[in-house]
Structures are given as C-alpha cells and as structure tokens.
Ligand binder design. Structure first.
Ligand code: NAD
Length: 421
C-alpha cells in the first residue's frame, strides 16, 4: 500500500463530523434522544500496551486500540490501521462509520475499528510480524468470528491479516479463518477482494448515470488518488467506455481533455511516476477537483472538497471512494448546486461487502469463484443505491442523509427488538 500523506491535510476531528451526521439523520427520523446518545458512543473501547522485541535485541512498547461501536445487528467489523497519527478518538469515529457503512448495504454486522500507533515503514519484516502478532494477542479476548472481525486498513496488508489469523488460531487451538478478512487467498481470502471497493463504487456510479440518463460512453471522469480504489476504478470505467480525463497521486496529476491513455498511465505509475506522461499535461490535485467532468472520484484523502472549492466543483456526480473527502460545509454547497454526491458509506462499501462474503465462505468452508462474488456484489450495491436514492426522493433530502437514515433505522430497530431502547 502506498503512503497516504494524511499529514498534508488539516484533518477535521472525525468524531465531531460523525456525530453531526448522526444528528442530521436522527432529526429526520425523529429518533428519541436516548437512542441518538447511545449511537454516538461506542459500546466498548479496549486500549492496550504491549512489548515487541526489536531486531537489535531492544524492547519497544507500543499502544493500540480496538473500538466496537454497536453490535445490535451482528458482530462488529472493521479494519486495523497501523499509523503514527492513530488516536483513540479517530478509532472510535471510524468504528461508528463502519456501523453505518454496514447498515446502508444491509450486512449483518455492527461497526468496529482498530489501530496501533506505529510507522510500519520504520520496521523490518520480522519486527512487523512480531508487532502484528502481539497486537492480535492483546485484543484476542474481544475479537472472534462471532464477536468482532478485523480487516486491513491504512498500512496493513493481506500478509499482516495472515499473521494475525494464525496467532488467533494458535491461541484458540484450532484453525479460525473467520476471525479476520482480507487474508491471502490460500488461507481463506476471497476472490474479488482486491478490486471490491472500486468495483462497488463503479456499480453505484452506473446506477447514478442511469438516473441522470447519461450513457457511460459519454461520461468524462477525473480520479484523485491512484491506489487500490482510484486506479482500479479508473480502469473499470475505461473498460466500460467512459473517458478518464484526469488522474492524480500524492505528487500531482495529469490531464488530457480528450482522454488519457490509461495503459500508459498505469505503466508509468509502475515504473516511476504518472507525471512522466508529459509536463504539458500536468495539473495540481486542487485543479483536478474543479475540472469540467461528469464524474469526480475522490479516492485519496479526507477533507479535500471544502467550502472554499465546492462552489467551483463542476462534476454532476461525485462518488466518494475515499472516506470523508467532503466536509459538511462543502456538502451543503454541493447539495444546493444539485450535485449527486454518492456518500462514502455507500460508494466505498464494496470492500466491506466482499469482506463479509469472505467471512461467510470461511464459516461455510466453501469457496466461490470471482464471477459469483462480483455478481453478488453488484446485486447488493445496486439494491442499496436504489434504496438510498428512493428514500432521498421521498424525504426531499440528499443521498448522504438518506444513507444515514437507512442505517440508523436499521440499528435502532435491532436495538428495539433486543429490548435495549
Ligand atoms: P492506497 O494507499 O492504495 O492509494 C492511495 C492513493 O492516494 C495513492 O495513489 C496516493 O499516491 C494517493 N495520495 C496520497 N496523498 C495524496 C494527495 N495529497 N493528493 C492526491 N493523492 C494522494 O489507498 P486506497 O486503499 O486506494 O484508499 C484510498 C481511500 O479509499 C482512503 O480514503 C481509504 O480509506 C478509502 N477506502 C479504501 C478501501 C479499500 O478497500 N482499499 C475501502 C474503503 C475505503
């Protein structure tokens, strides 16, 4: 995974943002205050410190967290992040977002998230393995296939998931692949997981294009971020006939109004940098967001569309492959301008959906082909997009609020059925 240079952006406190998003949707649903207050707090947050032996024989103490937001609908689910900027508030907020993401696409999960304060680029492979195994040991009492199922996130990889699954299985004394998703395929990973986020995002975009009656062959696309989500989305849209006019990564972007030669961009990215496409094609990441395109896919960082640049955004559809790319103030401006914003909890839910499929396959010990996985993903994404779009129409609101309303409603119903509220 590439560097996500979060340090470059001033990140709004995600915990405050998610609480505001809950309030907006809860007001529409007229939820009682005690329900809203419960939803604003994680059920359980575990804070751990653990020692790791370094290659030079010294011992370093690391800190990490696991937050389980709400398990009314089912076991909690969400990634583990290794990053020097991890904070307990961030992990809590991300676990809350996971509840709403699982809710909007109808997965039988609540939200969880974990993180360790570490810059994994400073560790050797052996140190990284010992750290990964030690963190899993530290949280093993509260995770498990029926309790809380982690997955990869920033700076954590299928290999790390493999080590963690192995540690958990050793502690339990039997093979337990369903404890974690995003594993290498040979030990229970799912076909289709690598492209799942981008693929899910593209299914949602196709539905939105149908709504505005724009054939995909006529659509111009700009993609910010050329990693797992952005690069694969650009490829899939090109293969469907769309014209990708701009892409960027952390160093900047390239733009050709007539369409980029995506094969060449991919090759340049693998060899060195997309900027080798040619100096006359260069644009900045800020310019990319304001291009005259039909579809804009922010697939890199948080808070890139702000109240400052939102009035200049021309895209008719914004598909939030990244988590939290639009600030609440920018959201209001985009909604006023009639931009269709497919919210992150829906647009990038393909990843957790295929993680769910991985867990189901692990529990059955029976594995699907890539075609089967993608077909099930498509059915679920299109169904979820349509439900959000229809509710937004019914309430005269935006897609984000409607997505939250569906999630909140679902979690609230489950809490009522259990007699919690
Ligand atoms: P990645 O590390 O594979 O790619 C990130 C890309 O962003 C890279 O191309 C990097 O160069 C680029 N980037 C970094 N700083 C940038 C900057 N300042 N301006 C422009 N581009 C910059 O990460 P990813 O997995 O593709 O994740 C991207 C976003 O999608 C994140 O917000 C992530 O939370 C979200 N997301 C990913 C998944 C998934 O399954 N991969 C699932 C849900 C959400």
């Amino acid at each position: 995974m590439e560097t996500i240079q979060r340090e470059q952006t001033e990140v709004l406190n995600p915990y405050e943002i998610v609480k505001r998003q809950i309030d907006t949707a809860a007001a529409k649903l007229q939820l009682p205050e005690h329900v809203t207050e419960l939803l604003k707090r994680p059920k359980r947050v575990l804070s751990v410190s653990f020692p790791v032996r370094m290659d030079d024989g010294s011992v370093r103490i690391f800190e990490g967290y696991r937050s389980q937001h709400n398990d009314a609908v089912g076991p909690t689910k969400g990634g583990i992040r290794f990053h020097p900027d991890v904070t307990i508030d961030e992990v809590k907020a991300l676990s809350m977002w996971m509840t709403f993401k699982c809710g909007v696409v109808g997965l039988p999960y609540g939200g969880g998230k974990g993180g360790v304060i570490v810059d994994p680029r400073t560790l050797s492979k052996g140190e990284l393995e010992r750290l990964s195994r030690a963190f899993m040991e530290a949280i093993a009492d509260i995770v498990g296939p029926e309790r809380d199922i982690p997955a990869p996130d920033v700076y954590t990889t299928p290999q790390i998931m493999g080590w963690m699954m192995d540690t958990f299985s050793r502690l339990r004394g039997h093979n337990s692949p369903g404890v974690i998703t995003g594993k290498p395929i040979i030990i229970g990973g799912s076909q289709g997981r690598n492209a799942a986020t981008a693929q899910g995002c593209v299914y949602a975009i196709q539905s939105a294009l149908e709504d505005i009656k724009l054939p995909i062959e006529k659509a111009k696309v700009a993609v910010q971020g050329f990693g797992n989500a952005g690069r694969i989305a650009a490829r899939l849209l090109t293969d469907l006939g769309a014209t990708v006019v701009a892409v960027s990564d952390s160093r900047g972007g390239v733009y050709d109004a007539n369409g980029l030669d995506l094969d060449r961009v991919e090759q340049l990215k693998d060899e060195a940098t997309i900027l080798d496409y040619g100096a006359s094609y260069h644009i900045s990441n800020e310019q990319l967001l304001e291009l005259d395109v039909d579809i804009l896919i922010p697939a890199a960082l948080e808070n890139v569309i702000t109240q400052e640049n939102a009035p200049r955004v021309k895209a008719r559809i914004i598909a939030e492959a990244a988590n939290g790319p639009t600030t609440p103030e920018a959201d209001a401006i985009l909604n006023k301008n009639g931009t269709i914003v497919i919210p992150d909890i829906l647009a990038n839910a393909g990843g957790v959906t295929v993680s769910y499929f991985e867990w189901v396959q692990n529990l059955m010990n029976y594995y699907w082909s890539e075609e089967e996985v993608l077909e099930k993903l498509q059915v679920n994404m299109v169904k979820s997009y349509n439900a959000v779009r229809d509710l937004a129409k019914e309430y005269g609101t935006d897609l984000r609020t409607a997505a939250y309303m569906i999630s909140l409603q679902r979690v609230t119903e489950a809490m009522r059925a259990r007699g919690w509220v």
